[in-house]
Design a protein. Structure first.
Length: 222
């Protein structure tokens, strides 16, 4: 009897399934967002002009800011997402791992973008398109996560249902298409594609703090 009570007490004291996933995800995002700054190298100013050399690093500054903003918005959306669910299933775990895979990979396209953005030629166009494709990968992961909830709405906290998950998964599909279109634009007009990319990230950041999906108030005063 004593042994069973001890085991039961230990289980109650362990973090919940969602809390463990959130903690792991926060750790991955924190590491990824920290790695972004490694790309910004000290300029070689021996016999040169420091102000000019610092300004010459603008592609690195831009790529860093864009990726920092991206991971920041992903974290906001991720935090809000897990505030709506109470437990996990296999498909939801897979979707979350796919999202973390994209986040952990982001420092690489950031480096590619920083190195080739100033070229202004084919390399710059490919770098911008590559960056956009990675963004579409992130939205694909969100789609998997919302489909897991649509398939099994019992994972939700009370007050949410399969219809809510359907509308959110629709947003993920739209995001996937738009980011792929932006990537295609990047092959022709890189600067325009980057502007559109930043606008999309800001839009996702804005909607992550709102209680509406496609104009429908779904959460009310919750």
């Amino acid at each position: 009897m004593f042994s069973r009570n001890v085991v039961s007490s230990e289980r109650r004291s362990e973090p919940s399934d969602t809390a463990r996933v959130e903690a792991f995800s926060d750790g991955v995002m924190a590491i990824a967002i920290t790695l972004l700054v490694i790309e910004i190298h000290l300029p070689d100013t021996e016999g040169g002009n420091l102000l000019h050399d610092l300004g010459h690093l603008w592609p690195s500054y831009f790529a860093y800011a864009a990726s920092f903003l991206t991971i920041g918005v992903i974290w906001l959306c991720h935090h809000r997402f897990f505030g709506r669910i109470r437990r996990m299933d296999g498909l939801l775990h897979v979707g979350n791992l796919l999202l973390l895979l994209a986040v952990a990979f982001l420092p690489f396209p950031t480096t590619v973008l920083a190195h080739h953005l100033e070229d202004g030629g084919p390399n710059a166009r490919v770098a911008v398109a590559f960056y956009g494709v990675v963004a579409s990968w992130q939205t694909a992961a969100w789609f998997v996560m919302w489909m897991a909830l649509r398939r099994n709405p019992d994972l939700f906290e009370p007050g949410y249902d399969a219809e809510f998950a359907r509308l959110e998964s629709k947003q993920a599909v739209i995001g996937f298409v738009v980011f792929d279109v932006i990537a295609a634009i990047g092959l022709a007009v890189p600067i325009l594609a980057l502007i559109l990319y930043l606008l999309m990230i800001l839009l996702f950041g804005y909607t992550s703090t709102r209680s509406h999906v496609f104009g429908r108030e779904l959460e009310g005063s919750r």
